[in-house]
Design a protein around this ligand. Structure first.
Ligand SMILES: Cc1cc2nc3c(=O)[nH]c(=O)nc-3n(C[C@H](O)[C@H](O)[C@H](O)COP(=O)(O)OP(=O)(O)OC[C@H]3O[C@@H](n4cnc5c(N)ncnc54)[C@H](O)[C@@H]3O)c2cc1C
Length: 237
């Protein structure tokens, strides 16, 4: 690990120097394997957060308090530590920048990570494909990439953002805390007849609920790509 930066009290971005890191496609992940001194190993998947083609691999990890691997990556690992990384992995949950269709990104919590790689890729390539992000997060203080998203909302033409705060809202926010619902998705997403490419990522329960809302709004199933981060039942983002 070359460096780390704190994103929120519960999440940290790890910058890894991987010799000959190939350009990844936005949305792909890597498998990280940790090995203890006694030989015990644990492996978990983490989405690539960084812009494709920069030569550096960035992962953003959110701590699951009773988890085995994420507390180590968020709180303990230090620059200079070495991990085994395999990847990039996955050819399904990727945004194809040659597809001119508008894009709808729906993130729950740390599900923002692969979607951020798509946002960064679009910007780095100077593309104007319209992107809309609907981001479900508990509260402003634990919203991953909040500052960068604020800046990009101002500077990246054709990128629109909407938040669903599930527990605590910013001062003056017009909606009470609550889960992502069909009304917000209709207001902040794209109508199905524009044929958007939809990417939904987050805890399993969140992904299932959001994908169902999109299907209810007539988005065809083959335009809704999903990535589930956690076990079933992890509904609140
Ligand atoms: C393709 C893919 C990409 C991923 N990308 C990221 C990423 O970019 N950033 C990131 O932080 N995580 C990501 N994850 C989740 C990650 O792989 C681990 O599952 C997560 O870090 C928890 O690992 P752990 O060892 O700390 O917890 P574990 O020891 O595996 O689990 C501890 C407890 O937490 C529950 N749990 C596990 N994962 C979750 C979860 N996501 N939500 C709620 N409860 C959970 C388990 O059921 C168990 O009860 C990704 C998962 C996949 C499959």
């Amino acid at each position: 690990m070359a460096a780390a930066r704190t994103e929120t009290p519960a999440a940290r971005t790890l910058e890894l120097d991987v010799p000959d890191w190939p350009a990844h496609r936005p949305g792909q992940h890597v498998d990280v394997r940790l090995t203890a001194e006694d030989g015990y190993t644990a492996q978990r998947s983490y989405s690539v957060a960084s812009t494709p083609g920069t030569g550096r691999l960035e992962l953003t990890v959110q701590r699951i308090d009773d988890g085995e691997v994420s507390p180590y990556l968020v709180d303990v690992a230090q620059p200079g530590d070495a991990f085994e990384v395999r990847g990039p992995v996955g050819g399904y949950f990727v945004w194809d920048d040659a597809d001119p269709a508008p894009v709808l990104l729906v993130a729950g919590g740390s599900g923002i990570v692969p979607l951020m790689s798509m946002i960064r890729a679009r910007s780095a390539a100077g593309l104007r494909v319209p992107f809309r992000l609907v981001y479900s997060t508990r509260s402003p203080d634990i919203t991953i990439y909040a500052d960068e998203l604020r800046r990009r909302q101002r500077d990246d033409r054709g990128l629109d953002l909407a938040y669903a705060y599930t527990r605590g809202v910013p001062p003056g926010w017009r909606r009470p805390p609550g889960r992502l619902d069909g009304a917000l998705l209709r207001e902040a997403g794209w109508p199905a007849d524009l044929g958007p490419a939809c990417f939904v990522c987050g805890p399993t329960g969140f992904v299932e609920a959001a994908a169902n809302l999109l299907v209810d709004q007539d988005h065809p199933a083959d335009r809704i790509k999903t990535e589930r981060f956690g076990p079933s039942g992890g509904g609140a983002a």
